[in-house]
Design a protein around this ligand. Sequence first.
Ligand code: ATR
Length: 292
Amino acid sequence: MKNKVISGKTRLCGIIGDPIEHTMSPVMHNAAFREVGLDYLYVPFKVNQGELAKAIEGVRTLNIRGLNVTIPHKVAIIQFLNELDHLAEKIGAVNTIVNDDGVLRGYNTDGAGFLQALLERGIEPAGKNVVILGAGGASRAISFSLADRGAHLVILNRLLELDWAKELASRISHIFTIEVEALELNRRNLIRALGEADILVNATSVGMTPNIGETPVTFDLLRPGLIVFDIVYNPIKTRLLTEAEAAGAKTISGLDMLVWQGALAFEKWTGVKAPVELMREETIKALEKHEN
Ligand code: ATR
C-alpha cells in the first residue's frame, strides 16, 4: 500500500473518544479517501471527558473538516455544537460532526447506518415488529431510527437498567406517537416478544470479543422467517449469528452498520459518494488482522 502524501491542502478528519485504540474508522476512511482520490486524512484522537470543550475549540481553530464521536462523548458533545440534525436531536446523541468554517453541525449516522444495512438487503422495517435487546447508546440510535421509519418496537433490557429502558420507550412513544414496550430481558419475555417478531436486534455487547462464547438468545428461540441483526462486529460472525443461520433465520452483521455509518459520515464531509464495498473489504481485513 502506498503511503499518503500530505500536502498543503490536505484536509483533516478524525474520531474523538476514550478509549480509542480499538477503532476501525481510520482504516476504513483513509482507504475510502485514497480510493476516490481525495486529499483527506483521518486520525484517531484520544480525548478524555474533562477535555471535550478544549478539543472542540481545537476543531474550530485548526479547521478540522469533520469528526466522528464515540464513547463517552456522544451526548456531551451536543452542547458545543452550533446546529443539530433533526434525528440526532431526537436521539439525543451525535456520532458525526461537519465543520463549515467554524459552524459545527451534528448528525447521528449510527441509526441511519443501521437502517441502510437493512434496506440494502431489501428489508423494509416500516410496520414490522422489532425486538431490540439493550437500552444503551447504540440501542437508542437504532430505536429512534426504527420508530421514525414506522416499526413497532419492544425493548428488552437487564433488570438493572430497566428504568432506563422504560424511559427510552416512553420518550419514543411520546415523540413518534407509537406504542413501545419495555420489558426485562429474561427468557419468558424473550419467548413472548420473539413469537410475534419479524426482526431481532442485539444492541447489547453480549458475544463481543473476548466473550465470543456468549449469546443473548438461545438457539431454540431462533427460527426461519426471523431476521437477526447483531450490532456486534468483532467477531464479524457472533455466536448469535452462527446459531441464527443454523436455525434458518436471515442474518446481518454489525459490520454492515459500522460500514454504513462510516459511509454516511464520509459523504457529509466530502460531498462524494462513499466507496462502500471498498470500505467493507478494508474493515474486514483490519478486523481479521486484529483477530489473529
Ligand atoms: P453502546 O453504546 O454500545 O450501546 P452502552 O451504552 O454501554 O454501549 O450499552 C450497552 C447495552 O448492553 C446496555 O443495554 C447493557 O445493559 P445494562 O444497561 O443492563 O448494562 C447491555 N448489556 C451489556 N452486557 C450485557 C449482558 N451481559 N447481558 C445483557 N445485557 C447486557
